[in-house]
Design a protein around this ligand. Structure first.
Ligand SMILES: [Zn+2]
Length: 124
C-alpha cells in the first residue's frame, strides 16, 4: 500500500486532499512547464486553484527559500574558503538559484496550498 504521510505527500507535491494526485504535470525538479499547475486533481477532483491569483502568496515562501539559500551559501563559503572573493559568492548564489529554481517555485506553491488552502486530507 502506498504511504500517505503528510511529509511524503508534500515532498512529492501531491494533492492535499487525497495525497495521490499530482499538483504539477511534471516533476518538482523539472525545468519544463515552470508555472503550470493542475487546476483540478486527477484523482479526487479537488480544486487546486480555488481563485485567480491564489498562488501569489507563495512568493513569500519562495522569497524565504531564496534568502535561506543565499545565507547558507555565504556561510558555507566563509567556512570552507580561507580568503573568499566576491566572484565566489556571486557564482555560487547564482548557480544554486538557477539549479534549484524549479524546486523552489513548486515547493513554495505546494507549501502554500498545504498551509493556506482549504483542502483537508480525506483518506479514501
Ligand atoms: Zn486529490
Amino acid at each position: 500500500m502506498m504511504s500517505k504521510s503528510l511529509t511524503i505527500a508534500i515532498a512529492k507535491a501531491k494533492c492535499p486532499r487525497c495525497r495521490e494526485g499530482n499538483m504539477f504535470p511534471v516533476s518538482p525538479f523539472s525545468y519544463r512547464k515552470l508555472t503550470v499547475i493542475h487546476s483540478r486533481c486527477a484523482v479526487c477532483d479537488a480544486d487546486l486553484i480555488p481563485e485567480p491569483g491564489f498562488y501569489d502568496g507563495a512568493m513569500y515562501i519562495s522569497y524565504a527559500f531564496s534568502v535561506a539559500l543565499m545565507v547558507t551559501s555565504l556561510v558555507a563559503i566563509n567556512v570552507l574558503v580561507a580568503k573568499p572573493e566576491l566572484w565566489m559568492y556571486l557564482s555560487t548564489v547564482v548557480g544554486l538559484t538557477i539549479l534549484l529554481m524549479p524546486a523552489m517555485l513548486r515547493y513554495s506553491k505546494t507549501l502554500y496550498q498545504y498551509g493556506v488552502g482549504k483542502l483537508k486530507y480525506r483518506g479514501f
